[in-house]
Design a protein around this ligand. Structure first.
Ligand code: MG
Length: 384
């Protein structure tokens, strides 16, 4: 039996992790649940999972009587406080954005294993996070489907080092659109097919621009200690091959399955064992064919920008991430067009000064400065 914290419990990854816990109550005890503001959803989960402690960034008006035995924490640092109070074996970090970084750092201090769904912690604080994990002997297990796939392939590689990592990419919700029409895509076009779009709106937009894949290349670089030039991205709209690893002899290993995040989440939770997830089995004859093709950079200019920022290193990825978070937020709120996201991130990257990013405090400062400058650019465009 392992105790686990689910940070970001009401989000897409968090609720699927809760599902895995409920399927295997003999294996997992969710002692910590935290969320941003969806208190009713968190209360429902708390009734089912009975955590010792729970946290909400936005304090609700009241806590239901039947949940008053739980230790509650509120405010921006509720996840850190909850982790320190309960010290679970594992922490699933599934808060979206750089907002998840402080909890990842605390989890590295308090837990034996960190199951990482928050890619921004590595994009913005990659060296700091990896060094801390190494120093404390904490195992970082990826939850992102591509990185989980690579992790699973490497586990099967009998310690042979990979010569190349290949991340697959679905292309997002606008992949079949006419390139000339992309600029005018609406929020509803981008998040179509996501009935609970509020939940994963940010990442859905990032998939449509392929910024998400840019962030994932960075994530892979740190997680697997691989130089950026040995990490490739290939389009694979079927989302059956979740990523691949190539070895010196030319052999490739791939991990396949139906696109169900519970497989990656459960593998991280139960590693090195595998457990039932309820995921639909892959019927290869039914799939029949798999397609792959190269990334069209004209369609995904933000992917190119991300690749360049990653190459530049230092504070550039922090600035990129902050500018993108602000620009995507402005798009979701209807302030800028879909095409405007790239223009704003590009201008922000040109204007934001290079800064020191050698400490967690320095990372937050870069992030803060980058957001202020990006908001200025957005506001100026708004006035026109
Ligand atoms: Mg992914």
């Amino acid at each position: 039996m392992r105790t686990i914290a689910i940070l970001g419990a009401t989000g897409s990854i968090g609720t699927q992790a809760a599902d895995v816990v409920m399927r295997h109550p003999d294996m997992f005890d969710a002692t910590v649940l935290t969320a941003h503001g969806r208190s009713e959803r968190l209360f429902d989960l708390a009734r089912k999972l009975k955590p010792q402690v729970a946290g909400l960034v936005v304090e609700p008006e009241s806590i239901p009587d039947d949940l008053k035995d739980i230790g509650w924490f509120f405010g921006e640092d509720c996840s850190e406080k909850a982790l320190k109070a309960a010290r679970p074996d594992d922490a699933l970090a599934s808060v979206v954005g750089i907002a998840g970084l402080p909890a990842v750092i605390t989890a590295l201090d308090c837990c034996e294993r960190v199951l990482l769904a928050n890619k921004e912690a590595l994009v913005t604080g990659g060296n700091l996070v990896m060094n801390k994990a190494r120093e404390r002997g904490v195992k970082l297990i990826p939850v992102d489907s591509e990185h989980s796939a690579i992790f699973q392939c490497l586990e099967a590689a009998n310690k042979n080092a990979p010569s190349r990592l290949i991340l697959t990419c679905s292309g997002g919700s606008l992949r079949d659109w006419d390139i000339d029409k992309l600029d005018s895509a609406k929020v509803s076009d981008v998040v179509k097919g996501h009935p609970t779009w509020n939940m994963g709106a940010k990442i859905t937009v990032d998939c449509a621009t392929m910024m998400n894949k840019g962030l994932e290349v960075m994530e892979a670089k740190y997680l697997f200690d691989m130089p950026q030039e040995k990490i490739d991205v290939i389009m694979h709209p079927d989302s059956i091959v979740h990523s691949l690893v190539e070895f010196e002899d030319g052999a490739m290993l791939a991990q396949l399955g139906t696109p169900d995040m519970r497989v990656a989440i459960a593998y991280a939770m139960s590693y090195p064992k595998r457990v039932d997830t309820g995921a639909k089995r892959l019927d290869l004859a039914d799939v029949s064919k798999l397609s792959f093709y190269d990334v069209d950079e004209r369609r995904y200019p933000l992917f190119k920008l991300a690749t360049e920022a990653l190459k530049a290193g230092g504070s550039a990825p922090i600035a990129l991430n902050a500018a993108n978070e602000e620009a995507v937020g402005a798009f979701i709120r209807g302030r800028i067009s879909f095409g405007g996201i790239c223009g704003i991130v590009k201008e922000a990257l040109e204007r934001i000064p290079r800064m020191n990013a050698d400490s967690i405090q320095a990372v937050y400062e870069c992030d803060r400065v980058a957001r202020i400058m990006t908001l200025e650019i957005i506001n100026r465009k708004d006035l026109k």
